[in-house]
Design a protein around this ligand. Structure first.
Ligand SMILES: [Zn+2]
Length: 78
């Protein structure tokens, strides 16, 4: 019997978010700080990485860096 109850498949996914004040994360691609700048509303890509169906880690990218990296977790969704 197939398990129909689990509708959500836990796989890695990426979302686009505005960089928030106080952000202290580093971009996985260029290794520079993903830094908030008051006058520029830069976006970041946040990836929840799942390995074998289990959450493993979060990775942050500058939005352009994520494209440069070849969108490793697919197109970001909002
Ligand atoms: Zn970067």
């Amino acid at each position: 019997m197939a398990k129909a109850a689990t509708k959500t498949k836990w796989k890695s996914r990426a979302v686009t978010r505005l960089i928030e004040a106080g952000s202290m994360t580093e971009c996985k691609h260029c290794e520079e700080r993903v830094k908030f700048k008051a006058r520029e509303r830069h976006q970041q890509v946040i990836c929840n990485v799942y390995i074998n169906g289990a959450w493993d880690r979060v990775e942050h990218y500058h939005e352009p860096c994520y494209s440069d990296a070849g969108k490793p977790f697919g197109d970001p969704v909002d």
